[in-house]
Ligand binder design. Sequence first.
Ligand code: ZN
Length: 472
Amino acid sequence: MFIARGAAAALMSFGACLWISTALAADWTEQDLNDAAALRDRALSGTAAFEHVESLATQVGPRFAGSPGDAAAVRWALDRMGKLGFSNVRSQDVLVPRWVRGNAEVVLLSTTPQFLAATSIGGSVGTREEGLEAVVVQVDSFDALQNLDANTVANKIIFIDQRTERTRDGGGYGHAVRARVQGPSIAGKLGASALVIRSIGTSDDRVPHTGALVYSIDAPRIPAFALAGPDADILSRHLKANKTVRLRLKSTARELPPVWSANVVGEIPGRERASEIVLLGAHLDSWDLGQGALDDGAGVAIVMEAARLIGKLERKPARTIRVVLFANEEFGLSGAREYAAQIGEEAGRHVIAMEADTGQGPVWRIESQVAGDALPAIAAMHEVLKPLSIELGANDAGGGADIRPLRALGVPILDLSLDATLYFDVHHTANDTLLKIDPKVLDQSVGAYAAAAYLAATKQGDFGRLPPAGGE
Ligand SMILES: [Zn+2]
């Protein structure tokens, strides 16, 4: 049995080798592969990626959709891409919603009132000026919230005390985030007066994590707050020790009329098939609490620098590398939707799309969503990335949020997974500053993105088309 399995495996891997080398011969010249490997190695010896994110975080800083910082970021990106030698640098107008955080106050009314470290969830309505005070009902998960009986929570404050699991692929966040996005409307429908959640994030510091909620049209809009992890612990211990715990909540959060922002686009034109596009995306906006250094200054720096290094090659790739810095990813994907809406027949000339929006890296896995007959080419790309300790994943990549509308139009996706193990310690918090960025880690990510994008832009055939999907 063991021998038979071993023999079969040996045969299969021999077969796979042949398959890959056939694909190599068909898809790339020896020089294409050597140039991609040289790009990868060059990045490891140092890139300008840190300078890009340093400049964005320092010159602009927080750049929440529609804020003065957002407008400054658009100017910064146009200027920076121009100076870096990108071609066809331009902006694409995007209407974005405008929400202002104001001040938030969460007070635990015990023998001595305690101020808890908290912030409004993005998009939340504020409270009345005098605030609101009510008894707290605790649930330990989003699922438990859905099973609450309306009679037991009417006019009370619901507290979801669900932890976010630390994972390399961000799956822990993906699971926990429903409490923040959908929780407020579910609690509103149950008749609760407000919702408080344990922050969606893994920080042990007294820094709350913000992020967007989505109110359903058929639910009353109630104020929603996120507590820092340690403060969620404080509240939880009080609830264990006392029959009744009351909170006082205040928030001056409010919505203003929408304003204009913009996607910023720049290109490294291809030498032969310039109308065919390999898209590298990141988002230009950030939340308002930190500097947006990791989210998504790092992604902006990675894609900008990967494209710049390709642009400096003597032998440019056949296809065009297009960098798109999307407007307002955080609070409604406005830029991604607008880009896909305006793309028209050019959608068919987007050969593949990649995105960087999970911090600085390092890249630890390559995943794809391409037509089946392009899989040997993905395996061959992986061979070039392997020296960076990158694994080969499955062909079910989801793509980042900003390229999902392109995926819905049938554009194939390449995911270079950025290591998310530490990312959710600072994600959407005041701790998202330059201090958390390691230039060496950024360089590895740039090497991976540059090599993969270069190979995609030199490949003989394309990656097929995906069946169009509904929505995004
Ligand atoms: Zn982001």
